[in-house]
Unconditional design. Structure first.
Length: 101
């Protein structure tokens, strides 16, 4: 069952993963190693309810987004490598500027 709009999450060292179907969402949740609290349980239950026809994919997507926000894994669109590179450049420029004065 495909989602109308995939959910993008951050995985590993800041890489983007798009969750585009109910099966992918269930697999992601079952592989999730930490923070298995209320929102996690609600997202997993929503997946099971969709499988049995008790809810729609929109509700499942909303429950998954609540979990992802609470877990801090919603994709922000920022490339982690570029963010780190920019931070390093700012530090170097600051040091160079301070050395000149």
């Amino acid at each position: 069952m495909k989602l109308q709009t995939p959910v993008a999450v951050t995985v590993g060292a800041g890489f983007k993963r798009e969750i585009a179907s109910l099966g992918e969402m269930q697999n992601f949740l079952k592989e999730w190693p930490a923070m298995r609290g209320e929102n996690y349980a609600a997202a997993l239950q929503a997946c099971e309810a969709a499988r049995s026809g008790q809810t729609n994919l929109g509700e499942v997507r909303r429950a998954f987004l609540v979990f992802a926000k609470q877990a801090g894994i919603v994709w922000t669109g920022a490339d982690p490598v570029a963010v780190l590179r920019e931070a390093k450049l700012r530090r170097v420029r600051t040091r160079q500027s301070q050395a000149r004065h």
